[in-house]
Design a protein around this ligand. Structure first.
Ligand code: CO8
Length: 267
């Protein structure tokens, strides 16, 4: 059980952290009213925590969770609504995603509720995913006139295959935890209230293993799919930025914010 509930880094507000005696750091996204939507400050706090965790010898494994209700319903749409393609290309969020992508210690995700858009992309940066039975996964960016921009088109395709990835990305529909387990997106399904505990127990097992071997095992497994990934990520990023110039993006975001159905015109 976690003992230290004080922030791992002083001043962090958008995440909660706890460090257990078995060398597991739990990071909990903490914007419940916005379904843990990933605002820039939240991403900054997660990445700062991971930077510190990298050199902390008391810490061998991380659990990343959104708590018992929702993992994260995506990037914060209100924050990104007015961004231009140039804003997207210059966005500091890319730096934070890079830190998350390069985190070298094993990271277990504990997922409940909505795990959508940037939330699903964040989950896919974890090395092992445990999900509550009622969790829902999806990349619904298409409903906003855009596409995933933090690796979703690449990692989801690698993890569940082209046809299922296309289905989620092109329709914006969600996938249940059971389907996600069958498809290979997650390792295990459990009762929602057990998710964090299960992830922490798994992390504690990993934390007892030799840490250098664990780090190199993670790096080696990621190499299995790294070859084409970099090219795909770079393409996705440019396509994502380009879509911020379309009227369909403006329509999709306005429709979301005003809780109405969008009408897309291909402009
Ligand atoms: N960003 C900001 N606020 C959000 C988000 C989000 N991604 N998701 C939910 N919220 C807020 C809602 O605005 C609402 O706030 P309020 O109570 O103030 O009205 C509150 O959370 C609860 O949401 P709902 O009332 O909609 O709750 P429901 O239970 O009816 O629906 C859903 C929950 C299905 C999760 C629904 O909120 C939804 O569809 N959310 C958006 C999901 C989505 O599209 N995610 C992808 C986002 S895009 C992305 O991640 C990458 C691109 C970033 C650029 C975006 C700008 C162009």
């Amino acid at each position: 059980m976690p003992i230290d509930m004080s922030p791992y880094i002083a001043g962090h507000k958008e995440i909660l952290t706890s460090l257990s005696p078995d060398r597991v750091l739990t990071i909990q996204l903490n914007r419940p009213k916005a379904y843990n939507a990933l605002c820039t400050q939240l991403l900054k706090e997660v990445s700062e925590t991971l930077v510190q965790a990298t050199t902390d010898d008391n810490l061998h494994c991380v659990v990343l969770t959104g708590g018992l209700k929702n993992f994260a319903a995506g990037a914060d749409i209100t924050e990104m609504a007015d961004k231009t393609p140039v804003d997207v290309l210059n966005d500091s969020r890319q730096l934070y995603w890079g830190i998350i992508r390069n985190f070298s210690k094993p990271m277990v995700g504990a997922i409940n509720g909505f795990c959508l858009g940037g939330g699903c992309e964040l989950a896919m940066h974890c090395d092992i995913l445990i999900a509550g039975r009622t969790a829902q996964f999806g990349q619904p960016e298409i409903n906003l006139g855009i596409i995933p921009g933090a690796g979703g088109t690449q990692r989801l395709t690698q993890m569940i295959g082209k046809s299922k990835a296309m289905k989620l990305i092109l329709t914006g529909q969600f996938m249940s935890a059971d389907e996600a387990e069958k498809a290979g997106l997650i390792a295990e399904v459990c009762e929602p209230e057990q998710t964090i505990e299960k992830a922490q127990s798994l992390a504690a097992i990993i934390a007892k293993k030799p840490p250098i071997a664990a780090r190199l095992a993670k790096e080696s497994v990621l190499k299995a799919s790294d070859g084409l990934l970099q090219e795909g990520l770079a393409f996705e990023r440019k396509a994502f930025a380009l879509l911020f110039a379309t009227q369909d993006k403006a329509e999709g975001v306005d429709a979301f914010m005003n809780k109405r159905k969008p009408t897309f015109k291909g402009r």
